[in-house]
Design a protein around this ligand. Sequence first.
Ligand code: F0G
Length: 460
Amino acid sequence: MTRTLPQAEPFRIKVVEPVTMTTREERARKIEATGYNLFGLKSTDVYIDLLTDSGTSAMSDNQWAGIMLGDEAYAGSKNYYNLLSSVEDVFGFPYVVPTHQGRAAENLLLYTLLRAGNFVPNNMHFDTTKAHVLHKGGVPVDLVRQEAFDPTSPYPFKGDMDLDRLESFLAEHNAKVPLVMLTITCNSGGGQPVSMSNIRGVSAIAKKFNKPFFIDACRFAENAYFIKQREAGYSEKTVADIVREMFSYADGCTMSAKKDALVNIGGFLALNDAALYQQTSGLAVLFEGFPTYGGLAGRDMEAIARGLREVIDEDYLAYRVGQVKYLGDLLLKYGVPIIEPVGGHAVYLDARRFLPHLPQDQFPAQALGVELYIEGGVRGVEIGTCLAGRNPATNDHDYPKLEMLRLTIPRRVYTDRHMDVIAVACANVWDRRSGIAGLEFTYEAPILRHFTAKFKRIDE
Ligand code: F0G
């Protein structure tokens, strides 16, 4: 019998960064000192850092070589032109405004298109997109399919927009909708992919109502890989072709290069329309910098240009999506409740099923994050009531339907052995779940409160 070879990482490790090992007692003290806020920890106090996949990728030798080719020209940097040709080859958009990160691209786009009182439909807004819509006096509207809110529904594209709701929303509010957006993968819904047929459907509806259609493209390559794996008619297509098709339906995209461009900083707005390019690149001078650098050094643009071409490599994507699934499968084996199916960049623990004795106003996902840090030095991030903030109309918490602790896997950084540690730490917390207390605020900032909030345990 010939055994099937297991698939290991499609790279060798060339540089390593030692991590600090701490004791349980040290961690309990350190997290208490932050006011039970994981954002307050020093990274050196964390063993396995799953706070975010944003800006945390390990760059390749090819990207580091590109860093040395950085040209620090104020205007017309060669690295800008390399970025332009990568974006055109990978996505098909001819105009690119570089920005210091993704939210800056959102700012340029929404500042240009949005007026106070407007609505922005999206499958689910990520929190910076939501904050930018609100900042300009607009109203973010989430129209994801209902399956997204059922943690155990096996629906393969839980990021899909509900097309019927989009169409009726546009019919009702046509004059007040300046653009339609779609976030791929759907981060706030568990890193779930959007199908090609849904992208096509959103595009057709946007065209019918004559609205520009923009994709929030942070995790476009992971999304494309899911289409290849799960959607009929795509298994024989290359990821490169799938990506081109995805973006052929859109008028442009906002991109945080800190995710699927495999870099530590950067972003861009990419567009088809020359007039919109003129307006947004003019604004970029005010907020970001001259339009051929947009707040980035030439070396950063070069690393993005190279990362965009690397990330669509199918061996890389099989490893990447496979590693996240490996962790998800381990957790399921231990009986730990997670959002299923596992998404592209993270495993999301379902805090409602994990800590059913804690009501949402006691921040169960935050409490779970604190315990996981104490247990194993693993830092996740709360995607729940604290992150959701308050409803401006009622001033009550804007209770989200899903209460989650996101375990976000940085790209090309941790090995499967680290995944084993994370899973055992989660299983240990699961075993002692009934003794976990809720949290209450001792400090709450008026906006984006999750970054600086301080809590105390309710039993204290
Ligand atoms: N859109 C999505 C879907 C995101 O996940 C993020 C960032 C942004 C936009 C903004 O990009 O950080 O470069 O300004 N998400 C990070 C996260 C912060 O941890 O999920 P940015």
